[in-house]
Design a protein around this ligand. Sequence first.
Ligand code: SF4
Ligand code: FES
Length: 374
Amino acid sequence: MSETPQRPWALLAELSHGCPLHCPYCSNPLELVRRSAELSTDEWCELMRRAGEFGVVHTHLSGGEPLLRVDLEQIVAAADAAGIYTQLVTSGVGLTEDRLGSLVDAGLRSVQLSVQHADPARSDRIAGHRAFAAKERAAALIRAAGLPLGVNVVLHRDNLDAVDALVDLAVAWDAERIELANTQFYGWALRNREALLPSREQLARAGAAIERRRAELAGTIELVWVMPDYFDGVAKPCMGGWGAVSLTVAPDGTVLPCPAASVLPDLDPPNVRDRTLEWIWESSPAFTKYRGTAWMPEPCRSCPSREIDFGGCRCQAYALTGDAARTDPACALSPDHALVRAAADAPRDTTAPATEPLPLAAPGQRARASAASV
Ligand code: SF4
Ligand code: FES
């Protein structure tokens, strides 16, 4: 990969960390941005204009829950006017027919809807909120509005045995795509790791079910399955490589190569309030520090996969080893791989029925409290 970056084509806009759900697998940082610190309407709209000029062609409008922003329509319209394709990533809570209509009028092009389980009661239990009925209504509204619908599911011990039912649900909701992504352990998910990690047997069952459903449903719905890197010994090319294709803008305007990087030391994270996107992308330490391959230690430095996976995830390396410049421990070649093997292979009982709420840390309470301050 060239050390001179091409301009980014994607922008992950984390409009708010506020959220009505309390999902224990949330990858948002433990220190959530307060609602009062969020960028203003004008700042988000100006950012979209600048991003369009800079070459961005696609934005995920995400969070937290982006519908909490009462000015979402204005932000969508600004992105659309800047020539940026807009995709809303939502829990569906708060998506009424009127709200969706005004978002479509503003230029919204597609929606990704999160679901926690195919069984309503279990979905609500994982979300920590009675949200399933709202999701079902949202899916119907989205399709009635003629927008493409994607269903997103984060998988873990408590829903991995339901992949068949989740695929059925996405088909029933007339989704174009279902993404079944095993939990990546950052932020709140890392804190809850012991309660979320599945067994290898669960993963094998789910993988076989996915293969079967892919064959059955070929040509009707796109079925995306993301293996957990703790189990397959393969480092993921996180965000397509550090500072390679995408910018993430946090609710307060901090710009980073990925949503989890706010915890890394020595990045001196830039902010759209102070700097141009050009400087942030091309010159800021946050974007240049781990870009390309020159920063890599062994075994990445001489590895034939170094321009395929870019050494894996810097945030995971930091979270597990305290050094963001080490090879991602998920890689079987990493000298730290035993850290993830020990966690993945620790004995655990995944057969007990999950009838009681798990005693998990979740971001919802703080986010909800701060949402009330708007
Ligand atoms: Fe990727 Fe580094 Fe592992 Fe090679 S050693 S496969 S570059 S993470
Ligand atoms: Fe930050 Fe992977 S989540 S580099």
